[in-house]
Design a protein around this ligand. Structure first.
Ligand code: SF4
Length: 418
């Protein structure tokens, strides 16, 4: 019997043949934690008696969730990571660099790797053909210490994105539609393997958006096979030698196959307070918004900012709306400056925030007020997510977010896209 992508990658890292359901120790290629989860990982490492990490070049501490620090307690946490990175030889990705998942895609993850991170959206790197998954700080501490972890090989659900994508519809809409269809626990501890004609046509940045949100359906991983687009992306990141072909066997066994006709998908909106509480935008009544966020590890890449800027150019954000734009990394920020996108945002009335998580997790840079309604390109709209349980978060693509910022209420980007 052939293997899925997950079975192949995990078998290679276990040094023996594995199939779905098997439990094994596997070697890992990249391990990371961020400023929310890293201090606990460091304390666990110290408790276990480790003052070094096993693979310094591929062990990374990111300071991205509260970057720069908004208060002294978080400054102290940042100091723990800075000091431990200096002592242990691990890499420190400090406040200037960007969101962990974007930087892992740019600088660290390779096709066929196992990537583990102390953050739920570690699955983002699955877009590059890596088996990437989030874990708790204690498991991550062991990963830092030994470059090994244990894993149960997940069963795989194959998702065929077929048909064609309509005007105004983006990767974010595809993944919101999938989560709406299978629900927030529809893929619990499964690997989602994205396939089909549309998947092969998606650009790498679109694939990163889709893999990023696999965990919102409960998935352990969300993986694409590699192709020329993967190869070109890695070349652009200056890592051409890291490319290799990753694909499932033709007789791989899937637990389920889901066929999605993308032709039928319209711009999608997730309503408060769960991601799967989604609808096509034609099912949304007039929802007035107070804040719009374009950015995060889901939709803060250059292609996202280009789409948003194409809509905001020569237009003004509605007077009642605060529009926040957050590039996902310093590389994205530099590209946006070179391309003149930042000027467009500022002229439209947007506030551009430094690369990082920004207000996504509610720590700083745009926490919601009581009753505020926010339309965001992030991946989660749970109660309290943006710093206030009395706020209301809707999710959409960057195009929908940008056009809605201009109109002042949730609006269909097909009205403006030619
Ligand atoms: Fe988490 Fe948001 Fe940061 Fe992504 S941008 S890592 S979802 S806090």
């Amino acid at each position: 019997m052939g293997k899925t992508i997950s079975e192949k990658i995990l078998s290679e890292h276990a040094g023996r043949e594995l199939k779905a359901g098997d439990i094994s120790v596997v070697s890992i290629d990249v391990v990371f934690a961020q400023d929310g989860t890293g201090p606990l990982a460091v304390s666990q490492l110290k408790k276990m008696g480790f003052d070094r990490v096993a693979d310094p070049y591929n062990s990374v501490f990111f300071i991205d969730h509260a970057a720069p620090s908004p208060r002294k307690e978080l400054s102290d946490s940042h100091k723990v990571l800075r000091n431990f990175a200096a002592e242990s030889g691990a890499v420190l990705s400090d406040i200037n660099r960007g969101v962990c998942h974007q930087v892992v895609a740019e600088d660290y993850a390779c096709p066929g790797d196992i990537v583990i991170g102390a953050d739920s959206h570690t699955c983002t790197a699955g877009a590059l053909g890596a088996f990437a998954t989030g874990m708790g700080s204690t498991d991550i501490a062991v990963g830092f210490a030994l470059s090994k972890t244990w894993m149960m090989v997940p069963h795989t659900i194959k998702v065929n994105f077929e048909g064609s994508i309509q005007k105004g519809v983006y990767a974010k809409d595809l993944i919101l539609y999938l989560i709406y269809k299978i629900t927030a626990d529809g893929a619990t501890y499964k690997a989602l393997e994205f396939s089909g004609q549309v998947s092969s046509e998606l650009e790498m940045e679109d694939r990163l958006t889709i893999s990023n949100m696999a965990v919102e359906a409960g998935a352990k991983a969300g993986i694409f096979a590699t192709d020329e687009k993967t190869e070109n992306y890695l070349k652009k990141q200056g890592r051409p030698s890291c490319f290799k072909e990753i694909f499932p066997d033709s007789d791989a066994e899937y637990e389920q196959v889901i066929n999605i006709d993308c032709t039928l998908i319209e711009p999608m909106i997730s309503r408060p307070h769960t991601v799967d509480n989604a609808t096509g935008i034609s099912g949304i009544e007039k929802v007035k918004i107070d804040q719009v966020l374009i950015g995060t590890c889901t939709n803060g890449r250059i292609s996202d900012l280009r789409v948003a800027a194409s809509i905001l150019k020569n237009r003004k954000v509605a007077g009642s709306v605060r529009l926040l734009v957050v590039p996902a990394s310093s590389n994205v920020y530099m590209d946006a400056i070179r391309e003149g996108l930042i000027e467009i945002f500022i002229e439209s009335g947007a506030t551009v925030v430094n690369p990082g998580c920004g207000p996504c997790v509610g720590v700083h840079q745009g926490a919601l007020a009581q009753g505020d309604v926010c339309l965001s390109t992030q991946n989660r709209n749970f109660k309290g997510r943006m710093g206030n349980p009395e706020g209301f978060i809707y999710l959409s693509s960057p195009a929908t977010a940008a056009w809605s910022a201009v109109k002042g209420y949730i609006s269909d980007p097909r009205e403006v896209l030619v």
